[in-house]
Design a protein around this ligand. Sequence first.
Ligand SMILES: NC(=O)c1ccc[n+]([C@@H]2O[C@H](COP(=O)([O-])OP(=O)(O)OC[C@H]3O[C@@H](n4cnc5c(N)ncnc54)[C@H](O)[C@@H]3O)[C@@H](O)[C@H]2O)c1
Length: 370
Amino acid sequence: MGDAHRIGVVGLGVISRAYLDTLVGHLRVRVTAVADLDASRSAAVAAEVPGVQALTVEELLSSPDVDTVLNLTVPAAHAEIALGAIGHGKHVYGEKPLAAGLADAHAVIEAAAKAGVGVGCAPDTVLGTGVQTARAAVAAGSIGRPQFATAVMVTPGHERWHPHPDFYYTAGGGPLLDMGPYYLASLVHLLGPVRAVTGASSRLRAERVIGSGPRAGERIPVEVDSHVSGVLEHADGTLTTITTSFDGVATNAAPIEVHGAAGTLAVPDPNHFDGEVRLFELGATQWRTLPPSAGYVDGARGIGLLDFITADGRRAPRANGELALHVLETMSALLRSSAEGRRIELATTAEVPALVPLTPADDWKGQEAG
Ligand SMILES: NC(=O)c1ccc[n+]([C@@H]2O[C@H](COP(=O)([O-])OP(=O)(O)OC[C@H]3O[C@@H](n4cnc5c(N)ncnc54)[C@H](O)[C@@H]3O)[C@@H](O)[C@H]2O)c1
């Protein structure tokens, strides 16, 4: 346990529970400290998890007991916390998006490079068996050369279930910045980076009503577009049509479909680690389900952080900052394209991360007995 990688968690809201479930008790890491603007949240976690200190944010960022800061704050605070951690020579791994705005995201990547520390970023769901099996099937030629893809995310909006949904409707939120990272990271794994985009967006309502928790019934303003669609031109010429919306109710569309002359592949929800990958081959009469052939089996939130801290000279972290920056630039460009009514070429690109070999849960969970 002595050389376990030490994690300090900043931001102890809804998603922090999933991360703590994965990381607490894992043999490779030790959660040493937690912090939140709301000190009662850090006190509650420290009371529950042995060996965890409740600190202020500044104390945690400068703590000698923290190697990597896990940043689970709201998008508007992502860059500030990341830059604070980097300023103290710490690695950072954060929730998506990398930052609420592109300039801040660039600042994070540049500061980390200067300081010689690593940046990792969610989503890590795409490292599970769903997207990775689909990717392996595309790479194996199951549909021929990919020609085009569709990506569709439709929900009535997270204010129906999230007790503090304000951030989904302010800068850094909206359906694309919130849910787009799952789809765009998957598309980079499946089809490679994006070279240009064309977008169009709209807004159904100027206000939303919180549906649960202590603020149920409260009206919150909508400051961003709540329906965003667009076309992505991948570097190899493949075209993706994407729709992300908080303005519909449901959809029957596969979350992602990839089409080639020899077949069509239906990719499961990239916000989940697993799910059925289905193939319809030219000449077949029905879909067939492919068995898992790649990815972390029974993945859970935090697997990207484990992948990040176990990466070495032979393999870059898969959920890395460069990919997250490219995903954020793609999303920002879609919104800018919509606002300006023109096609936009991207300045960033990203390496396609190494395929995750089929990795049984026992091999990555590394839980201590008892
Ligand atoms: N809720 C989900 O299902 C979900 C799923 C996947 C990813 N995410 C992502 O996780 C992040 C957090 O989402 P959430 O749902 O847990 O939000 P949340 O509002 O429930 O929790 C955020 C926490 O961060 C704290 N915080 C905010 N600013 C801070 C600052 N400057 N310093 C310290 N603490 C600060 C808040 O007090 C709060 O406890 C977001 O980026 C979101 O996109 C959420």
